[in-house]
Design a protein around this ligand. Structure first.
Ligand SMILES: *Cc1c(COP(=O)(O)O)cnc(C)c1O
Length: 485
């Protein structure tokens, strides 16, 4: 509506204003108008009263500031309209769906793994129906929530027992608290990782009340370093997967099986924090190799911790698998109660794990794997379509080209390897570097109804299409028409 004009002309202020203000209807009257009734039905009277009051105050302020309105102007309709906008804006959730065109598939800031339909259906069920979360249906007695998926995890990893907590940071914290409180844990200096968001092995160690015994050097650690560090206070030998970095050149680390053999010879347990922890050999899908949980268990690790929402492709969770007697100890620790998962996590996790029973279908049905293995020809054809649409929407201030790019797995998985992908690059058409114009465009993309998240690199705004699956392309294309940059 553009009935407001900034400057009243030829009016005598005082008297006029009073007359105009008198035309603003009372809140009660707007509230009982026909147009307000659907709003009351949807949002409830309390919120609608509030929104109309805000609209009324705004209108009064405009009038006092000198805005003039046509004599036929419908104040009531304007107030209902304003109230509707306020209510809609206020009720829009803050946690919203976006398009992840960053090229990072498991993007921690965008919620990591996307779950398959099976998991979604199970979560809806768990949200709306009572579940046997801690109820043994065979005996009618109280059950243990870990028992629901303990066997399945064992089947997929070869471990004797398992437990699930809120995330992998919690899994590491709980493991160290249960096994190494007031004692020493031996870790190679080359494995003292910091994962984003303040997860640092040395800090977790002290939070758990354990003493970190660093051995070796940043680039080289030998078996004898582990051996010499063991003393009467040692509780655990631990290896941590270098999730988000690689040490190259003159390096040496000791393999899990060697550390495990040493630990066992000295009567100690050995733990591995795998981070991403895949359940299948990724090389069969043309992806770079990562150590699997099964391999790590088979190599002799007594406890292995890994995330649910990284390469596993499930909900946020931390899995701890390993020897039954150690898992029992971990589960008895009081922190377990504080770090345990809810029914939604378990509901989502089980169907994801079930998918691994059919490895030949995994690539199609596990969303994360489907995105990681998307055929390049697919993305290339899509890039050509998206290029057209975006070029049309943006006009000739920008030049849009379809280009090959490199995606990343993300979340610390396989840090150095990149996946060949396709997308569009948007540049300033004048050929100028145009940093500000690109930032403006990036902001416009973020302001769309379903925000589009890309990245700016080398004077281009890049939209990697790996994570724009066919089912979402139409929605993406449709909202490009709303782009104003
Ligand atoms: C990602 C990661 C963690 C933390 O896992 P979250 O599930 O994010 O809590 C811990 N250790 C390693 C090695 C990791 O890669």
């Amino acid at each position: 509506m553009s009935e407001v004009s900034g400057n009243p002309t030829g009016h005598e202020p005082g008297k006029d204003i009073r007359a105009v203000l008198a035309r603003v209807p009372a809140v009660e009257r707007v509230l009982s108008s026909l147009a307000a009734q659907p709003l009351i039905g949807e949002y409830g009277r309390t919120q609608v009263v509030d929104a109309i009051r805000i609209a009324t105050e705004t209108l009064r302020r405009e009038l006092l500031a000198g805005a003039s309105f046509d004599p036929s102007f419908d104040f009531e309709a304007r107030l209902v309209d304003d109230a509707m906008r306020t209510l809609a804006a206020r009720s829009r959730p803050h946690l919203r769906a976006v398009f992840n065109l960053t090229g990072t598939v498991l993007h921690t800031n965008l919620g990591r793994a996307l779950l398959p339909d099976e998991a979604v259906r199970a979560v809806i069920d768990a949200l709306t129906r009572p579940m046997n979360l801690e109820f043994d249906l065979a005996t009618g007695n109280r059950g243990d929530r870990d028992d629901l998926i303990d066997d399945l995890i064992g089947e997929l990893t070869g471990a004797e027992a398992a437990t699930v907590v809120n995330n992998n940071a919690a899994a590491v914290l709980l493991t160290l608290s249960a096994l190494a409180s007031k004692k020493e844990v031996v870790v190679s200096r080359g494995e003292l990782v910091e994962i984003g968001g303040a997860f640092r092995i040395p800090d977790i160690m002290s939070r758990a009340g354990a003493k970190l015994r660093e051995i070796g050097t940043t680039n080289r650690t030998h078996l004898k370093d582990y051996d010499e560090a063991i003393n009467a206070r040692t509780a655990l030998l631990m290896k941590v997967h270098c999730s988000n970095y690689a040490i190259e050149g003159f390096t040496k680390s000791v393999a899990v099986d060697e550390v495990a053999r040493l630990a066992h010879a000295r009567g100690l347990p050995m733990a591995v924090d795998l981070g991403s922890g895949t359940l299948v050999d990724l090389a069969q899908f043309g992806l770079p190799t990562e150590p699997t949980v099964r391999e790590t268990v088979a190599a002799g690790a007594d406890l292995v911790t890994f995330s649910g929402d990284k390469l596993l492709g499930g909900p946020q969770a931390g899995l701890i698998v390993g020897r039954a007697e150690l898992i029992r100890k971990v589960k008895k620790h009081p922190l377990k109660r504080a770090l345990r998962v809810g029914k939604l996590t378990l509901a989502a996790l089980e169907p994801v794990l079930q998918l691994y029973r059919a490895p030949e279908l995994l690539r199609e049905r596990l969303t994360t794997l489907r995105l990681l293995t998307r055929p390049s020809t697919d993305m290339q054809a899509q890039a050509a379509r998206v290029q057209d649409v975006l070029q049309h929407a943006l006009g000739d201030t920008y030049s849009v080209t379809a280009e090959p790019m490199m995606s990343q797995i993300g979340s610390g998985a396989l840090p150095v390897d990149q996946l060949p992908s396709f997308g569009v690059a948007i540049r300033n058409a004048t050929g100028k570097r145009g940093g500000r114009a690109l930032m403006k465009l990036e902001e416009a993309l973020r302001s769309l109804p379903r925000p589009v998240i890309g990245r700016i690199a080398d004077d281009a705004l890049r939209l990697d299409l790996r994570c724009l699956e066919a089912a979402d392309e139409a929605a993406f294309v449709a909202q490009c028409a709303e782009l104003h940059a």
